[in-house]
Design a protein around this ligand. Structure first.
Ligand code: DC
Length: 230
């Protein structure tokens, strides 16, 4: 079977990371969560006071700081999944908080941040054998990927999934706040000037609103087998 590039794009909290990670582990591919990279830059901005009093990011300061931001991934032996590191520190938990989720779309809309992260993502995938998920993987990062998937689900279903996930981690959460956050991120992700979220012309669409994780996994594995044996 030939080694391919698998690009999985879609809305926030639509379950694409879970299916992407599981497929990568099963077929021995590298898995990269590109959203984690935008989240890590956001965390860096929060930790270094780069957000202004009006809530926007200080673009000049961030541009100066960009060369100092190093993001890497390292396999967590316990979970069997890669953890995200920011300048050598494991930030996997810190990048998933509501504080980071509330700010990350602003950072993801900054052109020079996207350029830097896209370059890193292309470097990580240069040898193929990679599953990467995000918003612009099939359109901008790997336009020649052999398999492109575009995942959708209703905002309410995605908010419910996120609510259940945060609650299970013991975070105090409010469903309406999460729904608002999901809808707001959809709006910003789809309307931003640079690399807005959109389906690549050659992507296969999957609406998983009413699918179980097991059903999604089986569906994705089938798509992979077909694409890799072409
Ligand atoms: O998938 P996620 O929710 O962790 O993504 C976090 C944010 O980063 C989200 O607002 C969209 C943005 N993002 C992006 O613009 N491009 C990507 N390739 C991945 C994520």
């Amino acid at each position: 079977m030939k080694k391919i590039t698998i690009a999985i794009d879609g809305f926030s909290s639509c379950g694409k990371s879970t299916m992407a990670k599981d497929l990568a582990r099963e077929i021995g591919y590298i898995y990269i969560d590109s959203g984690a990279m935008y989240r890590a830059v956001t965390l860096y901005c929060l930790q270094n006071g780069l957000f202004l009093a009006d809530g926007n990011v200080d673009l000049e300061a961030l541009k100066q700081h960009m060369p100092k931001i190093r993001i890497s991934f390292c396999l967590n032996e316990t979970s069997g999944r890669p953890d995200t590191y920011l300048n050598g520190e494991n930030v996997e938990q810190q990048i998933r908080t509501m504080e980071v989720s509330g700010k990350v779309s602003l950072i993801a809309a900054v052109g020079f941040v996207r350029e830097a992260l896209v370059r890193m993502q292309q470097e990580l995938g240069k040898d193929k054998g990679i599953v990467m998920d995000g918003r612009d993987i099939g359109t901008t990062v790997f336009p020649d990927a052999e398999l492109k998937i575009y995942v959708t689900a209703s905002a309410e279903i995605r908010a419910q999934r996120r609510y259940d996930e945060l609650k299970a981690k013991g975070e105090a959460v409010d469903f309406n706040e999460i729904l608002f956050n999901v809808q707001e991120r959809d709006r910003i992700d789809m309307t931003r000037a640079v690399s807005p979220l959109r389906k690549a012309a050659d992507a296969i669409e999957l609406d998983n609103s009413h699918m179980t994780i097991e059903e999604q996994k089986a569906w994705l594995k089938e798509q992979y087998l077909q694409a890799a044996s072409k």
